[in-house]
Design a protein around this ligand. Structure first.
Ligand code: BG6
Length: 470
């Protein structure tokens, strides 16, 4: 351990999840269907008409019934914060109703009670890839301006109900991913290959306005609430020093930066206006939209970080694989079993870039390694010797500490899938991220029993020492 690498006092250590990947109970207590309920293979195949039994998310890891036991395990690791999302379709089953579903609201009361009992701070994502299916099918998701109003009503319901208990909120998970996965991310039912860029960018505009509107409502209800945007961070390096590659990489980064620029600075950046002009896109932006965007910017910026990619304008290079967006493979990096290239230093670069650019506190709300785990007998029962996961997280956290030493303000770190859950892109159970193993396989078989992996004890020590043992 390097004594110069320290985490600030009060650093929020914890883990992250999303409703559709953990809860199950997809049709209980009045819940409506979400886009996830018809995505049995994640983004690998088109959605089905109705939920099919092979969709692991319908039952997921049954957090809906086991939340107390699961939160107790997180508390045992010393979690300071737990990130989860609220399933929009539990609160508004169709999405366009005027009255919320009380049973859905009551479930999250119970989750918050349990977190409070253990002194764990909640971090709530309002929309995490689980748009009500009715909004996707009837309105074509965020392409329709009316979604702004539905989202405002949903967000207001949440802030009124939980605003005294939840300080940290995120509006849209990985909002920039809508560029690549319009159905998953934006509930846009029109297939990607038939969706015009005009409609896609208009949908993006609606989401950004809705995010600002939610920020306004939250601050009106309780000025102590902190609202963050959430960006899928994929640092993009030029494949070579050729200036054309440098420019190509810069443009790729800006496609993502634009979402942060709009959330933090509250206006369309010049480079994005040029992109829209070049594409012949004319957005419908009202004066009221401009005022909302300008006056209700975010309090902090959150990000997911798993990997980096390269970009080139000059070469035929192998496509990279990765978190919902491609790029070109980096010849200097190793990759996970799913082809995501592992780049701890890229996290330090990203944190520094975001801080330099926006000067807002940062929150790393996802990071981790999806890997195949093997359950073995240990002295205290079944376990997983997941040294690869420990190494991945240790290396990334050292880079976070470096960024803190560089002067970056980092509020906290929630590792992705702190308890094994169903993967988003591939809808697999076998792509595991957790400190806690859940006994369920890709065919849906298993007892759903929970077991502590080796990383469980490691993370407990990291939190207890506030990162000094890294
Ligand atoms: C992010 C999402 O894209 O990455 C999560 O916010 C997702 O929902 C995570 O689970 C890891 O991706 P995957 O596809 O391995 O589950």
């Amino acid at each position: 351990p390097d004594p110069d690498l320290r985490f600030p006092g009060g650093f929020l250590w914890g883990g992250a999840t999303a409703a559709n990947q953990i809860e199950g109970a997809y049709n209980e207590d009045g819940k409506g269907l979400s886009v996830q309920d018809v995505m049995p293979r994640g983004i690998l195949t088109p959605p089905t008409q109705v939920p099919t039994p092979d969709n692991l998310k319908l039952e997921a890891i049954d957090f809906y019934h086991r939340y107390a036991e699961d939160i107790a395990l997180l508390a045992e690791m010393g979690f300071k914060v737990f990130r989860f999302s609220i399933a929009w379709s539990r609160i508004f089953p169709l999405g366009d109703e005027t009255e919320p579903n009380e049973e859905g609201l009551a479930f999250y009361d119970r989750v918050l009670d349990e977190l409070e009992k253990h002194g764990i701070e909640p971090l709530v994502t309002i929309s995490h890839y689980e748009t009500p299916l009715h909004l996707a099918r009837t309105y074509d998701g965020w392409t329709d301006r009316r979604l702004i109003g539905f989202f405002e009503r949903y967000a207001r319901t949440l802030f009124e109900r939980y605003g005294e208990r939840v300080r940290y909120w995120l509006t849209f998970n990985e909002i920039n991913s809508v560029l690549h996965e319009p159905f998953l991310s934006g509930g846009i039912a029109t297939p990607k290959d038939r969706l015009s860029e005009q409609d896609l960018y208009q949908a993006i505009h609606h989401e950004l306005v809705a995010s600002a509107a939610a920020t306004r409502i939250a601050h009106e209800i309780n000025p102590d609430i902190r609202i963050g945007c959430m960006i899928l961070a994929v640092p993009t390096y030029p494949l070579t020093p050729d200036p054309r590659d440098v420019w190509a990489a810069k443009q790729a980064e800006r496609a993502n930066y634009a979402f942060g620029d709009l959330h933090v600075r509250g206006e369309y950046p010049g480079y994005l206006l040029r992109t829209l002009r070049d594409k012949g896109i004319e957005l419908e932006i009202t004066e009221a939209d401009r005022v909302l965007l300008r006056e209700h910017t975010v309090d902090f910026v959150s990000l997911s970080y798993y990997m980096s990619v390269c970009e080139t304008a000059t070469q035929e290079a192998p496509a990279g694989r990765g978190n919902l967006m491609g790029g070109v493979a980096n010849p200097t990096l190793e990759a996970s079993d799913w082809g995501w290239q592992i780049d701890p230093a890229g996290l330090r670069t990203t944190l520094n870039d975001y801080w330099d650019r926006w000067g807002k506190p940062l929150f790393i709300v996802e990071n981790g390694l999806g890997a195949r785990d093997v359950l073995v007998d240990g002295p205290d029962g079944p376990t997983v010797e997941d040294d690869y996961r420990i190494a991945y997280m240790n290396d990334h956290l050292v880079q976070v500490a470096q960024a803190v030493a560089d002067g970056v303000e980092v509020l906290g770190y929630t590792s992705w899938g702190c308890i094994d859950l169903v993967s988003a892109s591939t809808a697999q159970m076998s792509k595991r991220y957790g400190f806690i193993y859940v006994d369920r396989d890709d065919d849906g078989n298993g007892t759903l029993a929970r077991y502590r992996k080796k990383s469980f004890g490691w993370y407990r020590d990291v939190i207890a020492s506030n990162g000094a043992c890294l």
